[in-house]
Design a protein around this ligand. Structure first.
Ligand code: ZN
Length: 225
């Protein structure tokens, strides 16, 4: 059994989300359109072999103007899309908020990744109007990530109560760049608990069946299925 399957079994996971970097992130091995097709083929084969379900995703770059770095024809092929800012981080609060809002309004956006881009102890992250962003996520059925990397823990736990009040679900994402990196999820769980996140509002604490249905229902609602 491959290492990742063993780890999934040991930790009781019933699904994985595979989300490589997107093509703008060349420095991080971002996938070209051709590589995406190849990866999705592999995922389909693995899913057909049974066991743990793999969702095809991407950590899509939010460009300077708030658009995403793949065409809709490509975005359409994923089960879900995580969107994040990785470049041009020097922004004032209006610019950063507008950039994120445009990305949140994209119908293909499923999860907003590391909202402020902060790196604890080294980079404060760009300033954002958290309430406006959370309100937009509520209006557009977008899930907010707690990035579980211990140097990120972004969104900050102090905004979890407001997100829950607005009906916005939180996903605790390990930001794993290796199989071992999945273990970081524990830091995200601690941060989420500190913010009072409930199981019902934690997107990736839901069953496989619930997540499957949620993703399909959301795509239908957005008219992108
Ligand atoms: Zn990222």
């Amino acid at each position: 059994m491959p290492k990742w399957r063993r780890l999934a079994k040991k930790n009781g996971y019933s699904y994985f989300v595979i989300s490589d970097h997107s093509k703008t992130a060349v420095y991080a091995g971002g996938l070209t359109e051709a590589q995406i097709i190849a990866q999705q083929k592999e995922i389909t084969t693995l899913n057909a072999s049974g066991g743990i379900k793999i969702y095809s995703s991407i950590e899509c770059d939010i460009l300077n103007d708030g658009t995403l770095d793949y065409d809709d024809a490509v975005l359409k092929t994923f089960d879900l899309v995580i969107v994040s800012i990785h470049q041009n981080l020097k922004m004032d609060i209006d610019k950063a908020t507008q950039r994120l809002l445009r990305a949140i309004e994209n119908p293909y956006t499923t999860i907003l990744g590391h909202m402020t881009g902060r790196l604890l102890l080294s980079r404060p992250g760009y300033p954002v109007d958290h309430k406006k962003i959370i309100d937009a996520c509520a209006a557009n059925d977008v899930v907010i990530e707690i990035n579980a990397n211990p140097y990120r823990l972004d969104i900050d736990h102090t905004y979890i109560p407001y997100a829950m009040e607005k009906g916005v679900m939180i996903s605790i994402n390990p930001d794993a760049h290796s199989i071992e990196g999945i273990g970081d999820i524990k830091w995200g769980v601690i941060s989420a608990r500190k913010g009072g996140l409930t199981k019902a509002m934690c997107w990736n604490a839901q069953s496989l069946e619930t997540v499957d249905n949620w993703l399909i229902a959301r795509k239908k609602k957005k008219g992108i299925l």
